[in-house]
Design a protein around this ligand. Structure first.
Ligand SMILES: NC(=O)C1=CN([C@@H]2O[C@H](COP(=O)(O)OP(=O)(O)OC[C@H]3O[C@@H](n4cnc5c(N)ncnc54)[C@H](O)[C@@H]3O)[C@@H](O)[C@H]2O)C=CC1
Ligand SMILES: O=C(O)[C@@H]1CCC=N1
Length: 264
């Protein structure tokens, strides 16, 4: 039996734990601890197969094997100090904390013995089990990494990447739902301004976006060729493409990704 404790049950931690609880992986017991206990209890009411710890010292009694840290970056040091009051020897610590490197994790837990450290970057699509999650590790065995993969595959696709690519991964996958929702929102607003109601607009634009992604995934042509095929000479699409180009749409997207990448 592996006992996994999620600390920090907010938007991201809560979504991940819900996905994993739904899958009910044999041999895995899920525990949660959150500063705001009511938030943890509300989550526990919604999902089965999940026990709440009332305080952190109960992690020793519960014989936790794996700790998954889901607090905000600003709250990490305080939590690490609190965790260092307990003996965490031989445990696996997994952190989803953005910009927290394995070396920083290692020094935060320097007084602990034989920890295995895993850094992860999920995204909010974990709430519908469609996250793209990256993992990288320090002192973790193949079996420990495989366990982490199995755990987070309950919330979508998992890939192992070198830590040097983590900041870029955060921009192109961790933050990406927000940018996609911004694009989606702008088109829905345009549709509403031109006579569609909100529900129709969400449905039509959503289907057009997901259909485009599926088409690009299945098509053997490059994205550039697919763009050309839609831009009929003297047609409508090209007029929109000209506006995107004149306003450096690609450049704006890359600037946004760089800003996120630099902070990750
Ligand atoms: N929101 C997102 O889309 C993503 C977030 N992340 C990372 O996940 C982490 C959490 O982000 P969110 O869930 O969005 O934040 P959030 O603010 O929704 O959740 C954080 C939770 O941690 C709890 N907390 C704070 N200090 C605590 C402590 N000492 N002990 C126990 N619980 C404590 C808070 O009560 C809150 O429920 C961040 O480090 C972020 O970088 C990573 C990928 C995507
Ligand atoms: O905004 C953030 O810092 C986190 C990391 C990726 C998505 N949200």
């Amino acid at each position: 039996m592996k006992r996994v404790l999620f600390i920090g049950l907010g938007h991201m931690g809560g979504s991940l734990v819900s996905g994993i609880a739904k899958k009910a992986i044999p041999g895995v017991e899920l525990y949660g601890f959150n500063k705001d206990v009511e938030q943890a209890e509300n989550l526990a009411k919604k999902i089965g197969n999940f026990k709440i710890l009332k305080n952190l010292q109960d992690l020793e009694k519960a014989a936790i094997d794996v700790i998954v840290i889901g607090v905000r970056p600003i709250d990490f040091n305080e939590l690490a100090e609190e965790l260092n009051q307990y003996n965490l020897a031989n445990k696996t610590i997994i952190s989803m904390v953005n910009a927290l490197t394995l070396d920083k994790m290692d020094s935060a837990f320097a007084k602990q013995k034989d920890l295995s450290l895993i850094r992860m970057m999920p995204n909010m699509n974990a709430s519908i089990q469609e996250s793209v999650t990256a993992l990288t590790s320090k002192n973790a065995s193949e079996a420990q990494m495989n366990f982490a993969k199995e755990l987070f595959q309950a919330c979508g696709f998992v890939t192992e990447i070198p830590e040097s690519k983590f900041a870029t991964f955060a921009a192109i996958a961790g933050c990406l739902p927000s940018y996609v929702f911004t694009f989606y929102q702008a088109i829905v607003q345009y549709a509403e301004e031109h006579g569609f109601n909100h529900h129709e607009a969400m449905e039509i634009v959503g289907a057009a976006i997901t259909g485009s992604v599926h088409n690009a995934e299945q098509n053997t042509n490059s994205l550039a060729t697919m763009i050309k095929q839609i831009c009929v000479p003297n047609g409508s699409t090209i007029e929109g493409q000209k506006v995107l180009e004149a306003n450096d749409f690609d450049g704006i997207i890359k600037k946004a990704l760089k800003a996120a990448n630099d902070k990750a």
